[in-house]
Every structure is written in C-alpha cells, then in structure tokens.
Design a protein around this ligand. Structure first.
Ligand SMILES: Cc1cc2nc3c(=O)[nH]c(=O)nc-3n(C[C@H](O)[C@H](O)[C@H](O)COP(=O)(O)OP(=O)(O)OC[C@H]3O[C@@H](n4cnc5c(N)ncnc54)[C@H](O)[C@@H]3O)c2cc1C
Length: 534
C-alpha cells in the first residue's frame, strides 16, 4: 500500500481486477520489465476465478461444437487451450496434475462417436498431449470408476485433462507478479478512472481496509474485471455498449466416497445438451456444472433447482443413491462471456477472448477461460504497450517462468517433510501440494507451536492461517476459508466449525480489535448462511 500511495512517477500499467485474467496481465507485464500496479476490490479470486470446474482443458464440448459447425475458430481455440494446458501443468506442478476421465457409454453406437472425438482431441494437442485416449471395456470402466451403474454399460472412453486448485493458482500468479516487481493489492477498488485530455491516465482508488481514497496515475490501464467489465468501461465512456454477458454455473461437492481417488467422470449428455463432470478434488467429489442466464452480482448462489438438476444426472449414472443430504457444499460462479447479440442462449457464445481499446485508451480484456489466462495476458499487454507508448526492456517470460511454489517442489516431497518436521502423513502430503516449495516454511511454523489441526481428521493447520496472513495477503476469515484453505467450498459444516479458531488466529496476527473480530466473524457466518440457504 505504501508503494501504491507514494507513487512518484506514473506506473507503466495499472491492472484493474485480481482474477486469473488480471493477475496474469500483471505477471506478464512485470516479466517484460514494466512497472505494474494491480488492484482487486475484494480478495484475489473472489469472483469467477475460484468457482470454476478446476479443469485445465481445451474443452471437449467446444471441440464437439467445432466439428458439428465446421468452425475453424473453435478448433483453433481448443488447440491453443491445449497448448496452454501443457504450460500450466509445467509452471505450477504443485497445484496441478493430469487427471484421467472416463466417459461411460451405454450404447455401442456411441463408442465410435466419442472415441473419434477424443482421438481428435489428442491429435489437436499434438506434442502437448498428456496421454492417448482409448476405449476401455465395461470391466475396466468399472474398475476405474466403481460407482458407475453396471446395467447396460458397454464400456467407455478414457482420456486425460489437467486439474488444478483455481484459487490457489491465482494466488500463486499474484505472488509471482509481486516477486517480479509488480505492486499487487487486494481490497483496493477502482471507483473511477482519471481522464486527462480525453485519455485514461490512471484511476481513483479506494483502500477498503483503511477507508480512504487516493489517485494513481499510469501510462496504460487494463480492465480485467470479468463479469464487471462493462461497469469499468462505462467509467471511460458512459455510453459504452455492453460487450460482456454472464451465465451462471453451479458446482455441488459431495463426500469423497462418491469418486475414486484418481479418476473423473465425464457425463456426456445432459437433458439440456451439455456435459457434466464428476471428479475427485481436494479429498472430496466435485460435480458440475450448469449454464443459465444470470444477473451480474458479487456473490451468486447455487439454487435448489440447480442442485437438483446436478443430482438427478449423477443419479442416472450411479449404482449408489445420491441424495440432497449428501451435498457438503454448493456454490455458483459467473462466466464472463464476450457478447454476441445474435446468439440465443449463453451456451452458444464463444469462449474466446477479446481485447478492446476504448475511446480514451482503456484496454479491456474479457472472455476466454481460466486455462487461457496466460495467452489472454500476452494479448492484453501487447495492446497496452501500443496504447501507452511503452517500451518494455524484455519480452514476456511467462511461458517458462515457474509460479511461486513451483520451485523446489517435488511430487515425492511429502516424505521428506514428514521426516524433517515430524508431521503426520496426510498433513505432509497436503502441505506439499498446496504450498509446493514453500511447504517447509509452513511446516516450520507448525513445529513452532502452530501445529494444531483446525479440525479433527482434516489436514488444515493453525500454521496456515498465520502463514497466509503474513505471506498470502489473507485479510479475513472469508479469504482464509474460501480461497486459501478452500474449506467453505468443500464442506460448509466443517468450515463453520473451524471459523472461530481461524478468526482468533487472524485477529492475533493482524492486530484486530474485538469489534473488528466480531465483524469478520459475522461476515463469514453470513456468507456461509447464504450459501447454505440458497
Ligand atoms: C461454472 C464455471 C466453470 C468454469 N470452469 C472452467 C474450467 O474448468 N476451466 C477453465 O479453463 N475455465 C473455466 N471457467 C472459466 C473461468 O473460470 C473464467 O474464464 C475466469 O475465471 C475468469 O477470470 P477473470 O479474471 O476474467 O474474472 P474474475 O475471476 O471474476 O475476476 C474479476 C475480478 O475483478 C474484480 N473487480 C471488479 N470490479 C472491480 C473494480 N472496480 N476495482 C477492482 N477490482 C474489481 C472482481 O472483484 C473480481 O475478482 C469456468 C467458469 C464458470 C463460471
């Protein structure tokens, strides 16, 4: 905050929005040697970027569309995303991994259709392909996914995509941008843009924690605010025509017993012609998603009819019953889709991204997918360089740069952690994955009196709360439970049980007054209540 406020010369770039798109832009620009400020009005990933299906993918569904409509641009989109998939798996090995997925088939006629489609997916990936897709007979399909309904099962197609922890990945991108010299701040909102001689020259910022406002000047401003894109564009041009619409997608989290530990399921056909994924994720089972028209709001909720829709489809493919009472958590996210006024339904909109330059030079980057955040960032920064007349000393380095935590990470690192710090096996394995090369720092705090588990039987430690307040910009129990530990998005009851202790640890670390602590608790309780009641 001191660096933002005491600005002497203008920044080269101000990035508005701290989802995957914005943090990606900040990192790209920082690696080019530009001076960068990024502000996020809530927490990093508070928006869509923590509410995805957690797939690093080209999108088998988009491929199907490309084939059906002979759409070359959709093919290119899938191919580019598959290239990005390989990059993301490489630069953040601790937060991502390849995941095998089975598409169960109950009709022989479907086999050639899905097998050819997924072979095409492999082929489009080229050298970036993870592993070859293949047909598996009913026996192997059941071995890999024992909960499948056996009756009538002919077999399935096994293919591979990437899976990741979206909120922690976004945090890693923000932390890497900061390490590369960018100034990044959460809880700082852009309330207005500064215009000078008809050009955007910065923004009026509000520090939401301190409660005051100040101005920041920059040679170029990038608007990366996802669903809120048009609101920021109207700060430049009150008459700007909307370019983003949103559609909502919900996810339901079930117990771990509903999925095997290392294989996902692709349900190939829903009533409304979509696909549904069911996958192991962070020790639970994640199911999603839907696609419905929605209003733009900060905390969209999963509604009962949407939850019922998801459970109904899972029930059709499962040998075991799945009831509403099996749902541990349910949440919703908004897809920022670049508008096409000719499209009737949002599922038909392109997942491609658009870089737009407004009449006063505001650079807007919108659309795309999580998987393509890096490519989107390259395009947005290229445009900002032109608009701002910037001269970056170096080219972008994001294709090879490991994200924070990637260095020093080893998939086998849990054993060493366990031995060195005397941790339980589940804790060591969890810390290794969540923090990568920084796991020893968290483990060090744990052996320093903060080794208590936040919940019995769960690997989360008190040390993580202190670590997140010191090194990961966590400023509230909501930041902690939703986006650092992910607990509130996995198990709402467990999150409620951990809340008091998380608040206590944060209060000690951040020097809160009793009133501040109470307000923080109430905020988290309210959000949990909304999530459960919706
Ligand atoms: C249900 C669902 C499932 C998905 N699944 C996948 C998937 O499996 N794989 C994949 O690749 N993609 C997936 N996506 C797409 C992906 O999640 C999004 O494309 C991506 O997260 C968008 O990121 P963003 O940064 O553009 O938006 P956001 O993450 O919403 O970030 C925008 C940020 O801007 C901030 N902001 C807004 N206004 C201001 C202001 N005035 N000042 C400061 N900050 C501001 C907001 O607080 C917010 O944090 C999915 C999307 C949805 C909805």
């Amino acid at each position: 905050m001191a660096r933002l406020r005491s600005q002497e010369a203008p920044f080269d770039l101000l990035v508005v929005g701290g989802g995957a798109t914005g943090t990606g832009v900040a990192l790209d620009a920082a690696t080019r040697g530009l001076s960068v400020a990024l502000v996020e009005r809530s927490d990093f990933s508070a928006g869509t970027s923590s509410r995805s299906t957690k797939l690093i993918h080209g999108g088998v569904r988009y491929l199907e569309k490309a084939v059906k409509h002979f759409d070359r641009s959709q093919f290119n989109l899938v191919r580019d995303a598959l290239h990005e998939r390989a990059i993301l798996l490489r630069i953040a090995p601790h937060l991502s991994h390849p995941l095998p997925l089975v598409t169960p088939l109950y009709n022989w006629l479907e086999v050639p259709y899905y097998l050819t489609g997924l072979k095409l997916y492999d082929w489009l990936a080229g050298r970036s392909n993870l592993r070859t897709s293949r047909f598996v007979d009913a026996k192997e399909a059941l071995q890999r996914f024992p909960m499948l309904r056996q009756q009538g099962l002919r077999g399935g197609v096994l293919y591979y995509d990437g899976q990741f922890d979206d909120a922690r990945m976004n945090l890693a991108i923000a932390l890497t941008a900061a390490r590369e010299g960018a100034v990044v701040a959460n809880y700082v909102a852009v309330d207005d843009l500064l215009l000078e001689n008809g050009r955007v020259r910065g923004a009026k910022l509000r520090d939401r924690l301190a409660g005051d406002s100040f101005e920041l000047t920059a040679r170029a401003v990038v608007n990366a605010t996802g669903p809120f894109t048009d609101g920021v564009r109207r700060m430049e041009d009150p008459g700007a025509r909307p370019m983003v619409t949103v559609s909502s997608g919900i996810h339901v989290v079930l117990d771990r017993r509903f999925s095997p530990p290392a294989t996902g399921l692709l349900i190939p056909q829903t009533d409304d012609g979509r696909v549904l994924f069911l996958m192991p994720w962070l020790g639970h089972t994640l199911v999603g998603t839907t696609d419905n028209e929605a209003a733009i709001e900060e905390n969209p909720r999963a509604h009962e009819d949407e939850i019922a829709y998801v459970l109904r489809h899972v029930g059709r493919y499962f040998a075991v019953p799945v009831a509403r009472s099996d749902v541990r958590a349910a949440w919703s996210g908004l897809r920022p889709l670049v508008s096409d006024p000719h499209s009737a339904d949002t599922a038909g909109l392109s997942r491609d991204h658009v870089v737009n330059v407004g009449p006063a030079g505001l650079v807007t980057i919108a659309g795309g997918k999580w998987t393509t955040y890096r490519r989107m960032a390259v395009d947005a920064v290229n445009e900002a360089v032109k608009v701002g007349g910037l001269e970056p000393p170096r080219p972008s380095a994001t294709e090879r740069l490991l994200l924070v935590g990637g260095e020093g990470f080893s998939a086998q690192g849990a054993g060493a952690l366990q031995e060195r710090f005397g941790l339980d096996a589940d804790v060591a394995s969890y810390l290794n994955r969540a923090y990568g090369g920084f796991a020893p720092e968290v483990a060090g705090l744990a052996t320093d009196g903060l080794g208590e588990r936040l919940l019995d039987g769960e690997p989360y430690l008190a040390a993580e709360v202190v670590y997140a307040a010191r090194h990961e910009y966590a400023r509230s129990a909501v930041d902690m439970l939703w986006r650092r530990l992910r607990l509130a998005m996995l198990d709402e009851v467990a999150a409620a049980a951990a809340l008091e202790r998380v608040g206590e640890l944060l209060a000690g670390e951040l020097g809160w007054t009793p009133e501040q602590r109470q307000a923080d608790l109430e905020e988290a309780r309210e959000l949990l209540g909304q999530q459960q009641a919706a």
